[in-house]
Design a protein around this ligand. Structure first.
Ligand code: MN
Length: 264
């Protein structure tokens, strides 16, 4: 099958509905949960603001439009290598310089929803990933690895989504070893989470603090956060479209993440 045939088959599938588009982004607005940093660090990313410029009225009789105030790392979003000090020197490490070929890629979806429901501090291990590969097939070079936790069920409630107490936030994520394995051995494209960031809530206290951020971006690879609806994706077989805005020197960007899946 030539690439032209493949695209034609895909076009047919999109038109006849046998390929379904799953929306993997959360609503982006004033109620979007945002990361909270410890008080000794810099200001938090600001609450999202949507300001009306005009709406079919005196200031613009025929049109409606808004202007926005939002941080790059707001809502369902993309982390570029320049987000972390370990990736700061890559010439193609900002959202406007990443090769767009990497914005469309196969997705491996590792279902950790049961474990996350039982333990909000659940950490995915290399053993768990290898067992998943034995069942579903190997993770291949250039593919996304997405941790399904169904944490998106909380994303309309910031307190539940962040799940913080006096000991800090409690949300599931990867061990450092998993990210190292995915970068060094699997050459994965990146790592996606359904929580507020790519790392576990407790990851600031790990031996390598925030290992997903540290190791993904050190490898000039990418992160996705606050993904939704991963329960609708197969373990393998989905194509994920995750393209950041082309913000000049941007370290990340909200995205409309879309997964192409078989309808059946
Ligand atoms: Mn981020």
């Amino acid at each position: 099958m030539t690439a032209t045939d493949t695209l034609a088959a895909m076009a047919l599938g999109l038109l006849d509905g046998s390929i379904r588009v799953v929306d993997c982004s959360a609503p982006l607005g004033p109620d979007t949960p945002l990361l909270k940093l410890p008080p000794e660090l810099a200001d938090d990313t600001p609450k999202i603001e949507i300001h009306e410029i005009s709406r079919y009225g005196d200031r613009g009789p025929f049109w409606a439009w808004n202007w926005l105030k939002l941080g790059e790392h707001s809502g369902t979003h993309y982390d570029a290598p320049h987000h972390w000090i370990t990736g700061k020197d890559y010439p193609d490490g900002s959202v406007d310089t990443v090769n767009p070929q990497f914005f469309v890629a196969p997705a491996n979806v590792i279902d950790c929803s049961r474990e996350a429901a039982e333990d909000p501090d659940f950490l995915l291990t290399v053993e768990h990933v290898k067992a998943w590969e034995a069942e579903h097939g190997a993770i291949k070079e250039g593919e996304w690895v997405l941790m399904r936790t169904d944490w998106d069920q909380y994303n309309t409630d910031e307190a539940k989504f962040l799940n913080a107490d006096e000991t800090g936030p409690h949300t599931p994520g990867p061990t450092a070893e998993v990210i190292q394995y995915l970068m060094d051995e699997k050459k994965a494209l990146g790592w996606g989470s359904q929580c507020i960031g790519t790392d576990a809530g407790a990851a600031g206290g790990f031996a390598i603090p925030f290992p997903a951020h540290n190791l993904l971006h050190k490898a000039n690879r990418y992160g996705l956060a606050s993904l939704t609806n991963l329960r609708e994706l197969p373990a393998k077989g989905a194509i994920l479209i995750a393209a950041p805005l082309k913000i000049v020197n941007g370290t990340g960007s909200p995205i409309r993440a879309l997964a192409l899946v078989p309808a059946t």
